[in-house]
Write a protein that binds this ligand. Structure first.
Ligand code: GSH
Length: 252
């Protein structure tokens, strides 16, 4: 298998974590989002939405959507199981994953893109921007790139995005009442789905994960970081990546 992913992308991190939990070998191919490699025709042939990740199962056979990819991996490699055995719990798990896709990801994108993609995008000429927009397959992402290139999100918009992202922590605190893992009393794709968002919250608003603020999420995050798969999935801190980029730019 080949995974086309981006190191800092939450959806990519989710699939890397799932692959690591399953101990499945794969070749990782990094896609440079700042250079719009995800909008190139070869990439769109793998994922028509023009976003990472995309998983190549065999030549010409691709899967997209991180949640779908994770369920596929659990089907083809059932050990260790990453979905609850009970049908109701599985449905609850799917609704939680969907909730993070719909509520957490759009808000995290506002914060991440402002940091990582805006510096390059703001330098494009109008002609370059038009050319790039023409290759983006979905209107929502065209709009997001216009915002990043020309109408940067305001401090107020970013504060609102962070507040909405933090709703995940309250939701998880309530879900963790009965068990140390989110759904069905066992580690599952729900925990894997949440991990990339909590990793970013640990950087953006660490106080939200303090023991006094959310004791159960605090314990969940400690347990998550201790899993061997978590290290294998390589969630590098954004600040480290930024520092590396600055160092590379300085040394030419
Ligand atoms: N629902 C998708 C979301 C994928 C997604 O939004 N990927 C972002 C990075 S986390 C991306 O590739 N953005 C690039 C772009 O929009 O141009 C999934 O879970 O796979």
């Amino acid at each position: 298998m080949r995974l086309f992913h981006a190191w800092l992308s939450s959806a990519s991190r989710r699939v890397r974590l799932c692959l690591a939990e399953k101990n499945l070998p794969y070749e990782g191919i990094a896609v440079d989002l700042s250079r719009q490699e995800q909008h190139a025709p070869e990439f769109l042939a793998m994922n028509p939405n023009g976003v990472v990740p995309a998983l190549e199962l065999a030549p010409g056979r691709f899967l997209h959507e991180s949640s779908t990819i994770c369920e596929y991996l659990d089907d083809v490699q059932p050990q260790p199981p990453l979905r609850p055995a009970d049908a109701y719990d599985r449905a609850v798990m799917r609704n939680f994953v969907r909730w993070t896709d719909e509520k957490s990801l759009p808000n995290l994108l506002i914060l991440n893109w402002s940091l990582m993609l805006q510096p390059a995008a703001s330098q494009w000429s109008d002609a370059q921007l038009q050319e790039k927009l023409g290759r983006i397959p979905t209107p929502e992402r065209r709009e997001a790139w216009v915002r990043i290139a020309r109408k940067p999100y305001t401090g107020e918009e970013k504060a609102v995005a962070l507040a909405k992202l933090l709703e995940l922590v309250d939701k998880m605190e309530a879900m963790l009442l009965a068990s140390p893992w989110l759904v069905g009393g066992q580690y599952s794709l729900a925990d894997i789905a949440a991990a990339p968002f909590i990793a970013r919250i640990a950087e953006l608003a660490p106080e939200a994960l303090a023991e006094q603020a959310h004791p159960r999420v605090h314990a969940w995050w400690q347990a998550m970081q201790q899993r061997p798969a978590f290290a294998a999935a390589r969630f590098q801190r954004f600040s480290e990546v930024q520092q590396q980029r600055e160092d590379a730019a300085r040394t030419g």
